[in-house]
Design a protein around this ligand. Structure first.
Ligand code: G3I
Length: 329
């Protein structure tokens, strides 16, 4: 019988996976056996739970909550305020003109209140604000409707509303390219200024969309040290290790090569050995999926190109990457 991931890392951190209403069925065995935490890959995003101003739709999200409950899995909430997957009505008045600051703030508050009240006691940590920082040099926050209309303080407002709605939930800021030095420093600075102002925040979500080479273990180490110095919890929230380097746009591969599988296994071992070193700070590690039969990377950055980023293959069998992790002590 296979060693369960969750018991392999039981003294280190929670081991999670992003799931969907489909995968809790098709990948059920793996999820239940190996993981002790789940995140909804899309089902709790704004456009899914709140498609129209006076209409919430919680059916799909509820299925995932029920699954977590039935199998005693912890659940992370993803996500409340994001520039993506938020419907246009949110920013508009009924005549189509743009909403004003106070009106958008009260809609934001209503959304946060409704979602957090519904899942009170069922979701222990929320990605309150997702991806607000710019990837471009010389720009701090990303342009978005939230920021245009409310101003830079939309971030702190969201955290303040979330704390008021559910004082027990851990509140996270979540972002990608988290170890690219320029962006890392911006994330650090944002977190630092929030802490200095007394904005309620408990942790940083480091997404972990990585590949066979980038970011290097040294960069990860530097970044983790820097973030940890803030005294916030760290969650790896969306881990996957793509088989393709950034510039590799090949589309002709039907299966991962032997070399790719070996490199990925070494890579996973190095990553987890580093994460274990920081287990005082890193309290959860969530993969952005479960097994190679389904990953968002099949459509990114090249639409329709297969990728194999996880520890389990398309047939749900453990890969070399999984077996390498067993060697960690
Ligand atoms: O459900 C519809 C389907 O009805 C329709 O026919 C099809 C046509 O395109 O689209 C389907 O929706 C897609 C949805 O995933 C469900 O598969 C959307 O187009 C697609 O845009 C959406 O992608 C999601 C993406 O976020 C949206 O930005 C990915 O599944 C999801 O993995 C990804 O997750 C994000 C995190 O939330 C934040 N961090 C980055 C991460 C990866 O991009």
């Amino acid at each position: 019988k296979l060693k369960e991931l969750k018991s392999l890392f039981k003294d280190d951190f929670l081991i999670g996976a992003a799931v969907t209403p489909k995968t809790i069925d098709s990948q059920k065995e793996l999820i239940v056996q190996h993981f002790n935490s789940i995140t909804a890959e899309n089902e709790m995003k704004f456009e899914r739970v709140h498609p129209l101003e006076n209409q919430y739709s919680f059916e799909e999200a509820d299925k995932l909550i029920e699954f977590a409950n039935n199998h005693k899995l912890q659940m992370r909430g993803h996500t409340l305020v994001w520039h993506n997957q938020t419907p246009p009505w949110m920013f508009e008045q009924s005549d189509g003109s743009e909403l004003e600051r106070e009106a958008l703030l009260s809609r934001m508050k209503a959304h946060i209140d409704t979602v957090l009240n519904r899942y009170y006691g069922k979701i222990y940590a929320w990605d309150v604000v997702n991806e607000a920082i710019s990837d471009s040099d010389g720009q701090f926050l990303r342009d978005s409707k939230w920021r245009d209309i409310i101003g830079d303080d939309f971030i702190e407002k969201a955290f303040t509303y979330a704390r008021a709605a559910d004082p027990n939930a851990l509140l996270f800021y979540n972002d990608y390219n988290e170890f690219v030095p320029e962006k890392r420093d911006k994330i650090y600075q944002l977190m630092k200024s929030m802490i200095d102002k007394g904005v309620p925040i408990d942790g940083i979500g480091l997404q972990g969309h990585w590949n066979l080479e980038y970011p290097s273990i040294d960069l990860m180490k530097e970044g983790i040290e820097k973030y940890a110095s803030l005294g916030l919890q760290l969650h790896i929230t969306e881990l996957d290790v793509s088989m393709f380097l950034h510039e590799d746009k090949r589309t002709d591969l039907q299966a991962p090569t032997k070399e790719m599988l070996e490199l990925q296994a070494i890579r996973y071992k190095e990553i987890f050995s580093l994460l274990k070193e920081y287990r005082k700070h890193i309290t959860s590690v969530t993969f952005w999926g479960v097994a190679d039969d389904y990953t968002w990377l099949d459509n990114f950055p090249v639409r329709g190109r297969k990728n194999w980023p996880f520890l389990f293959d398309q047939f749900h069998k453990p890969k070399q990457s999984y077996h390498e992790l067993l060697k960690l002590n």
